[in-house]
Design a protein around this ligand. Structure first.
Ligand code: Z16
Length: 827
């Protein structure tokens, strides 16, 4: 069905739906919420509207599940510890083509849809890029009518809410479910039990075969909560199944009697704590017991769920399992699934090892999202032994057999074995989850071309030699439904008028805008839309920060997790340099600019929090300094999250993508911003490289060291002091941080940033790239002053983002990894 047909159908549906919808909302106000039209506040209206929508959603879900069951479809199972879904009402309405009908129905009831949508708390069950990628992927899977289930954790508290007090980040608990979640359905009929702790008994069967039996020390319940995932067009409705932990009221007398009295007591984890809270670290691995338990908990529940469904159709015949099931591991967080499936097959289903391993290595595929060593998960063998004793044995067995394979390839080469072993020997034995994932999967992918090349060359070169076809690339993508159609209605309407309405399903169609890139009328319309969106964001900035910003200024935006490698402090040093230039020369010639930030820091990441503090302190000073004459404003918007991104991205002129080359695996915010007509200032890192290839070098501001140059500089020895002493502006700005200029009465409050860049060796080459960055920013300034040129560049950016739809990413996964067929569901 093309967009016209979908729309015509939606419109005819829409008419009759409007009155149905109205009565349904009122019925829910009365019967679900116990209120009425006169008493209801926005929150009640929001809930009633969701409930009315959910009727449609559940009908679609029922039809989809029935269709998939009857067709006995092969499905992908996307295992992810994080799904950063954001809000669902607008998305579900859009994807059903009922947004306008709903808005009109509500209007007739005297309610603004836009207002009640603001009542919805974000579903923030993720940290950043990795979790949002999972959310975009399940949107594409449903849209493309592919049978798929997302499996994850039903956290009681998602990512913390960020408040800024006197410039510093404060974390507050996120309570997204406090007033109920209208989208989720509990499925008590599908509860699973998960074992933990205890010991392994070795038995000898009568055939002489060794049998292992795990006597767990405690058992917890996993309760599934399903969130329907509505595809665009509203036909396929897949599910996201999230597991909540509950106590099973089980006490293990077996362990107690075996002499584990103390263990049985102590190790009986509070079941409810397992799914209580999302770990707020991106790109660091904390090595905490509870985190490993969380991972095992959702993997074990999900595998048992998959096997239950398979057995319902195929009984005990395992021969078709790998035809029906493929499991994508979103990073190593679910890697414990590999030994868990082996345990189920060998210990429970009594398959022999080779047969079981054959199944495993046809079922799992693994996505790597980072090269940063601190993010690569390693678990102490002792911890695994305690929590999952049988799994540790299985991992040793996998490793033993793998080492034999390595010896065949490189006979007698112990250094190869040391490098490739799942077990890292040292003062404490560690289990490397990345190695386990590569060995247990049939495909491993990186998330952008350069990243995948580095995965092959630097992270896993020997694995690549051993299995040349295993390592591959699938460049990330974003869903254009949420990240253009829903978040930027005026631009979407303008695009519809020019090229028709099919682009949300076929994003390459945006290239149709290219012929208008030089058209003065279209340029004007395009920039008017931008201006309109900037006004909305300006209002938001005024409301939350009480800062006045001019919509004629350049809106320069850096939104992403706070991390040294992402180099928000490079941006900050440049802002300070501009400020200094203005103070030294009141006539300093620059187009007015507003630097806008959004970023959460991991609560335990001291320097990241210091950078947030520094940005806020510098912002205070600059925003209040009359000498700046509004040339420069700095706004740090607190509590960056999906719903705030949806407001910031349409209003951005400049997209800051300035990570140290080689460090950002892909980035996905870069794609969202360019899609909405922001121009990128960025390094040759991650997907920036592919964005540059698409838009052409004239339509992007690339600067700084590339991967090879970073490597060379590292090799020959990088000394940040060289840059400090040779570039007076760098010196002045760094020295400024040591004074009390930005923190009156508290000299040294910002010194940790200077220290990291000088005393601690500037590990992310901030000073090495500073001058190139400042020069590139001057080019941005020049380009913006040429209004026609800027409009042209912005249009070309939007027009050339077709490659970065998550539909293309999913199509790549389907063809290269999953080998899935779509399954049509009748509406
Ligand atoms: C994460 O968001 C990412 C990597 C990682 O190891 C852990 C987390 Cl929580 C990000 C990458 O940093 C980013 O470059 C990439 O675009 C994103 O994952 C999705 O692949």
């Amino acid at each position: 069905m093309n967009a016209k047909v979908i729309k015509a159908k939606a419109q005819s549906d829409g008419q009759s739906y409007k009155s149905d919808f109205k009565s349904s909302i009122i019925r829910h106000l009365h019967c679900t919420l116990g209120t009425d039209e006169n008493k209801a506040n926005n929150h009640a209206w929001w809930k009633a509207t969701c409930a009315a929508m959910q009727e449609r959603v559940l009908e679609g879900l029922r039809k989809t599940q029935k269709t998939h069951y009857l067709n006995d479809t092969r499905a992908v199972h996307y295992f992810s510890a994080e799904f950063l879904m954001g809000r669902l009402l607008s998305n579900n309405l859009q994807n059903f083509g009922l947004y306008d009908a709903a808005a009109e129905a509500l209007k007739e009831l005297g309610v603004e849809l836009a207002d009640i949508m603001e009542e919805e708390p974000d579903m923030a069950l993720g940290n950043g890029g990795l979790g949002r990628l999972a959310a975009c992927f399940i949107d594409s899977l449903a849209t493309m009518e592919l049978p798929a289930i997302g499996y994850g954790i039903h956290y009681e508290h998602g990512l913390f809410r960020q408040e800024i007090k006197s410039g510093a980040q404060i974390e507050r608990p996120d309570s997204w479910r406090d007033f109920g979640n209208p989208w989720e359905i509990c499925r008590p009929e599908s509860i699973q039990e998960v074992s933990l702790f205890g010991y392994v008994e070795t038995k000898y069967g009568d055939n002489g075969r060794i049998q292992k039996e795990w006597h767990p020390g405690s058992i917890v319940k996993g309760v599934p909560w399903d969130i329907p995932v509505v595809g665009y067009g509203g036909k396929t409705v897949n599910v996201l199944r999230l597991w909540k932990s509950e106590s099973s009221g089980y006490f293990n007398w077996d362990v107690f009697n075996a002499g584990g009295y103390v263990d049985a007591q102590r190790e009986n984890v509070q079941a409810e704590t397992i799914s209580k809270v999302l770990y707020p670290n991106d790109e660091t691995e904390a090595g905490k017991e509870l985190r490993l338990i969380q991972q095992y908990f959702f993997c074990s529940c999900s595998l048992k769920d998959i096997i239950r469904r398979y057995k319902r159709a195929h009984g005990d015949d395992w021969s078709r399992f790998t035809d029906q099931v493929v499991i994508q591991l979103n990073d190593t967080h679910p890697a414990i699934s590999i030994p868990e499936l082996m345990r189920i097959l060998v210990d429970r289903a009594a398959l022999d090892w080779d047969k079981a391993w054959g199944i495993c290595t046809k079922v799992f595929a693994y996505t790597n999202h980072t090269l940063l060593p601190e993010a690569l998960e390693k678990w102490p063998a002792r911890m695994l032994e305690k929590i999952l004793p049988r799994h540790l044995e299985i991992i040793y067995e996998i490793n033993h057999r793998f080492m034999a394979e390595v010896d065949k390839k490189w006979p007698g080469d112990t250094s190869k074995k040391t490098k490739l072993s799942i077990i890292e020997e040292g003062s404490e034995k560690m289990v490397r989850m990345g190695h386990l994932s590569v060995i247990g999967s049939f495909k491993v992918n990186g998330v952008a071309e350069i990243h995948s090349r580095l995965v092959k060359q630097n992270l896993f070169p020997e694995f690549n030699e051993l299995w040349p076809d295993k390592l591959t690339n699938v460049t990330n993508g974003i869903t254009p439904r949420r990240w253009l159609k829903a978040c930027n209605p005026p631009l979407s309407r303008l695009i519809d008028k020019k090229i028709g309405e099919n682009w949300p399903l076929d994003l390459k169609k945006l290239e149709g805008l290219l012929e208008y890139a030089d058209n003065k009328t279209f340029q004007k319309q395009f920039m008017q839309v931008k201006q309109q969106n900037k006004q909305l964001l300006a209002d938001e900035i005024k409301n939350t920060l009480n800062i006045d910003v001019d919509v004629n200024a350049i809106f320069d935006v850096q939104i992403k997790r706070m991390h040294e490698y992402k180099r928000q402090h490079l941006n900050l040093l440049h802002i300070m340099a501009l400020y200094r230039r203005i103070l030294e020369n009141p006539d300093y010639d620059m187009h007015p600019r507003v630097f806008i930030f959004g970023a959460k820091a991991a609560p335990g990441y001291k320097l990241a929090k210091d950078i947030i503090f520094a940005i806020n302190k510098v912002a205070d000073k600059i925003n209040q300094d009359p000498r700046v004459k509004n040339k420069l404003k700095v706004a740090f918007l607190p509590n960056y999250r999906v719903s705030l991104a949806e407001k910031m991205i349409p209003a951005s002129d400049v997209s800051e993508q300035i990570s140290t080359a080689g460090k950002e695996a892909s980035g996905t915010g870069n794609m969202k911003l360019a899609l909405n007509g922001a121009l990128t200032i960025g390094t040759l890192d991650g997907a920036n490289i592919e964005i540059a290839e698409e838009v052409g070098e004239d339509n992007i501001f690339i600067f700084g060291l590339n991967v090879d140059e970073v490597h060379e500089l590292q090799e020959k020895g990088y000394n940040p002091h060289d840059y400090y002493y040779r570039d007076p502006e760098i010196k002045a700005v760094l020295d400024w941080l040591e004074t009390d200029y930005f923190t009156p009465g508290k000299p040294g409050a910002l010194v940790s940033i200077k220290q990291s860049l000088l005393d601690y060796g500037d590990p992310y080459f901030v000073l090495a790239d500073f001058r190139a960055y400042a020069d590139a920013q001057e080019k941005v300034d020049k380009a913006y002053r040429d209004k026609d040129r800027w409009a042209r560049m912005a249009i070309i950016n939007t027009a050339k983002m077709g490659k970065f739809t998550s539909d293309r990413s999913i199509q790549d996964y389907v063809e290269r990894i999953w080998k899935l067929q779509p399954c049509t569901v009748d509406k």
